[in-house]
Design a protein around this ligand. Sequence first.
Ligand SMILES: *Cc1c(COP(=O)(O)O)cnc(C)c1O
Length: 248
Amino acid sequence: MAAVTPGPGPGPDPAARLAAVEAAIAAACQAAGRAREGVRLVAVSKLQPAEAVAAIAAAGQRDFAENYAQELRDKGEALAALGLRWHFIGPLQRNKVRLVAGRAALIHSVDSEALVEELAARVGRERTRDPALTQDCLIQVSVAGEAQKAGCDPAELPKLLDAIAAAGGVLRCRGLMCIPPADDDPEAARPHFRRLRALRDEAAQRARPHVALTELSMGMSHDFAIAIAEGATLVRVGTAIFGERPPR
Ligand SMILES: *Cc1c(COP(=O)(O)O)cnc(C)c1O
């Protein structure tokens, strides 16, 4: 499984990088005996200018993800004509919910009951404009325990799923997301990916309305091949596509 690691300085152009990531995803799917259609590539464009997103979109990429609420809104508006699908993957403060709800096709980072309630209230209000509006989301789980600040404790997962079910359809939970602790060795992420999948399998045994845990959002530039081997359906890849991020 070839790692796709952009070096410093002028590397291959963005379209070539995207093609290399696509090839590595296809190879990882084949090695795992999985269909390529079972894995969606989400290009993480945080801190990248709108022009860089447009260049990757021109190469055929449709799903993009942002970490900061204002960036999601601003790039979404600047590139509205391209019909891209935006994902939100960063920590979501309750006072930023209004920038993200209804704009993100999928929010990957729901991790507290307070956030579920804020999102449900916001989407409920937006329904006066768009009665069919439903916000799809994932629950972010802190698979490595207390060392991580983002993500809910695995023990809280049933409670959060209950809260989404109780929101009556303004929110829909599609699965789980995790960010393993940073480690130079991609293999170090494998047990965390396994844990997320096991948590999903366990939670899915209990049927809840508006909850269908089909998605596993896991794997980034250096470990997406391992995530695919462990069942990822969404991989979030930034630097391997865009090159190094500009400083914030
Ligand atoms: C930045 C980020 C990524 C992408 O990381 P790369 O190593 O650049 O691929 C994926 N997921 C989340 C939540 C991120 O914040």
